[in-house]
Design a protein around this ligand. Sequence first.
Ligand code: MRU
Length: 340
Amino acid sequence: MKKLSSTALRYESGQLFVLDQHLLPHQETWLECHTVEMMEAMIQALQIRGAPLIGIGAALLVAHLVEQQHSQKSLLESVARLRQARPTAVNLMYCMDRMAEALKEENWREAAIACAEGLFEQDQALCNAMASFGAALVENDDRLLTHCNAGSLATVGVGTAIGVITEACRIREGVSVWVDETRPLLQGGRLTAWEMEQAGVPYQIICDNMAASLMQAGKVDKIFVGSDRIAANGDFANKVGTYNLAVLAHFHDIPFYVVAPHTTVDVNCESGKFIPIEQRAKTEVTGVKGSFGEVCWSPHKAGAYNPAFDVTPAGLVCGWVLDSGIYDLADIKNDVLRSL
Ligand code: MRU
């Protein structure tokens, strides 16, 4: 397989390396990944995360196993297992289904390797397209707000929502970003902040519950978020807390955009109520853990409810920034997502 390189994934000399996002931003540690069990554990621990990235990471691991001469039967079993590693991001299922199709071709070894390389290159191109469509929505001096991390750590390209933001900063003047810290796992305060530093974008971290009063004070001009799955009717799942922002944006009349590639669209899912939502450990809510250490700050026996994602109804979305263009609610009602 050819050499591939992105912010959080590298394939070189027949080895796959994953940047451990659990340890960012204070430690930049690359882990070698060479088994299905390792990839599955890394996905579940969010060492590799973000909807497009987990799909492409899993595809590269399968391609690596092809190079290691695994049998066609065992590769198809690996694909089926990885497909279930996390339930909400449909990009994982998209990538695993492409790999399964390739593995069923006559020349399946070559086909599977070409498929994994193609998925990597496709994601980079899709990110560039979204960045250029979305950046046109941003004006000079806009104060943007984003949630979670939808950047180069969540894709193999420039990102979805963050791709739009960094491109907007390149072509406009005076643009700045409010970065939601994104409890419980702090993808905003740790990862988006790290990306903003690398890109030289002016930003400030806010605790999630600051967003309402910032909007009330007229200090947020536009909101861009990513997505883990968009249903056929335009409802979409993203990191828990996204729905709060959409409701607030609606109340304060602030444009709220979702940015995602077509690989995040699931036309087999009629509406948001059918999107499976991952439930995670209560310890993520009752404490905090990372390169900075580990602490449990609640009573040790405290109960906690921890769905990783929420669903924003289409009616709260001002625009869907996809790799083929920007769509509004009228387009979505005309079933545009089924024609992509
Ligand atoms: O649990 P995570 O960190 O994988 O959640 C990621 C998100 O919710 C992102 O916003 C989403 O995957 C879009 S990434 C381009």
